[in-house]
Design a protein around this ligand. Structure first.
Ligand code: ZN
Length: 292
């Protein structure tokens, strides 16, 4: 059967929307939901496969330049649709939120042309029209420093909107982070993987302790076997505000930040890395979905 998702390209918001529509036509058992809207009114979409009672969630592209994670998750979704019959998916339930930051991704890929906030964005980008290094949303807030866990204590040497690292005026001030937060509270996921792109590492621990450590480490070791990535020890005093940090501490269930590529500097992961990343990550949804 032909594939719908072509992950090895500059994978845009529009391509994602088209692919989701085609996947839904081909695999009617998929559930597609709009979970919120970005600052610039792009839909934040979630897609579910399977009917199990213990849902997990995979999300990508909190950080704009890390859009390869969207292509990876869309590829994974199609691969599971193709490989398994509806019955074989009865025991698991996987939600995909492939692009948390659609405005930021669009800015990185297509530049500032279509944005009303052009002057503001150019100013934050030191007047360069090359937005390849942008991580934030289009208000200059880093969406993975927005979640309400130790937010006050994030090392906030950047105190105003910026292309990366600004934590925002308050937790969940940005609609994209708020959408994912509400969606997570509603579904009470049993585990989450947050896809990011730099370092071939897995963050899994934050300040977890006791049983949560045991449960998380069991899954983390399975992810290491699949990916070959390194588990990161957060040390004495990790900085908070990330989705994984929040989920671990507040929902008391496993969450993983997956960094899919070697460090390539402040830019999108080059497409030639894709095949290897795919081979390492294609089973991650199944590993989590079947073992929670
Ligand atoms: Zn990231």
């Amino acid at each position: 059967m032909e594939s719908i998702v072509e992950p090895k390209q500059v994978y845009t918001y529009q391509i994602m929307l088209n692919d989701i529509e085609l996947l839904k036509q081909t695999y009617p058992f998929l559930v597609v939901e709009e979970i919120g809207m970005s600052v610039d009114k792009r839909k934040i979409i979630a897609v579910k496969i399977g009917n199990g009672s213990r849902p997990i969630m995979l999300n990508g592209a909190h950080h704009a330049r890390e859009w390869m994670t969207t292509a990876l998750l869309m590829h994974m979704l199609e691969y599971y649709c193709k490989t398994y019959t509806e019955n074989q998916l009865d025991d698991l339930s996987i939600w995909f939120v492939p692009m948390v930051n659609p405005d930021g991704v669009t800015l990185v890929q297509e530049g500032v042309g279509q944005f009303a906030e052009k002057d503001f964005l150019l100013q934050l980008n030191e007047n360069s029209i090359d937005f390849a290094s942008w991580k934030a949303n289009i208000r200059g807030v880093d969406l993975n420093r927005q979640y309400p866990v130790d937010w006050e204590h994030i090392d906030d040497y950047i105190r105003k909107p910026s292309k990366s690292m600004y934590k925002g005026p308050s937790p969940l001030s940005e609609p994209e982070a708020r959408a994912l937060y509400d969606f997570t509270i509603l579904h009470q996921f049993h585990a989450v993987a947050c896809y990011h792109s730099s370092g071939e590492e897995i963050f899994w621990k934050y300040k977890a302790d006791g049983k949560l450590i045991e449960e998380s480490l069991k899954l983390a070791n399975q992810l290491v076997t699949a990916t070959g990535y390194t588990l990161i020890d957060p040390g004495e005093n990790p900085s908070g505000g990330g989705f994984t940090d929040w989920f671990l501490m507040k929902l008391k269930r496993p969450s993983f930040t997956m960094e899919i590529a070697p460090y390539v500097g402040p830019r999108p992961v080059p497409l030639e890395f894709y095949e290897e990343i795919w081979e390492k990550n294609k089973h991650v949804g199944l590993i989590l979905g079947r073992n929670v």
